[in-house]
Design a protein around this ligand. Structure first.
Ligand SMILES: [Cu+2]
Length: 180
């Protein structure tokens, strides 16, 4: 009798653990570790691509752009995953915490606020941008995969990092929906 009990308990625990793994696994599978955005200009021409990687500390964005006007350009995550020229369809900056705009804002910043891109004379740039304020994990308030999705947007002018709500960054010149 004693031997049977010793065998029976570990089996019961193993069975319970197996059920837990089965229940948790689908939820994890739904949150992508990587995401992508293809950026197009207002004429529909492809001008860039971004690969997003979830890290333990935020999202690493590897961006490459081609044929963008040289100079400084604001680069943001916008609130809606819809890129119809002139890209107002992408909404304002992704701002789930309802903060004021700007990396220099005294009241937090938009989750979608990021440093300016510095495009060289040939118009081509490869850069890595890290955003600790967003996540690819679904179900989180700061997830780029919320109900209406998100988009990456490049502006005509630089972001001054403080003017609310858009950093005085001018027109939207390129837009790409963030996809899994
Ligand atoms: Cu923007």
């Amino acid at each position: 009798m004693t031997i049977h009990r010793q065998v029976a308990w570990p089996l019961a625990v193993a069975a319970a653990a197996a059920v837990m793994v089965a229940a948790v696994a689908p939820a994890l599978a739904q949150s992508p570790a990587i995401a992508k955005a293809v950026l197009k200009d207002k004429s529909g021409k492809e001008v860039g691509e971004a690969n997003l990687t979830q890290t333990k500390n935020g999202v690493l964005i590897r961006l490459s752009v081609k044929g963008i006007e040289p100079g400084e350009h604001a680069f943001h995550v916008h609130a809606v995953g819809k890129c119809e020229a002139p890209f107002t369809s992408a909404g304002g900056h992704f701002n789930p915490a309802s903060h004021k705009h700007g990396l220099e804002s005294a009241e937090g910043a938009h989750a979608g606020d990021m440093p300016n891109l510095h495009v060289p004379q040939n118009g081509d740039l490869k850069v890595e941008v890290f955003n600790a304020m967003i996540t690819l994990a679904k179900g989180q308030p700061n997830s780029v995969f919320d109900a209406d999705g998100s988009a990456l947007v490049i502006h005509a002018k630089a972001d001054d990092n403080k003017t609310d709500p858009a950093g005085d960054a001018g027109d939207r010149i390129a837009c790409g929906v963030v996809t899994e």
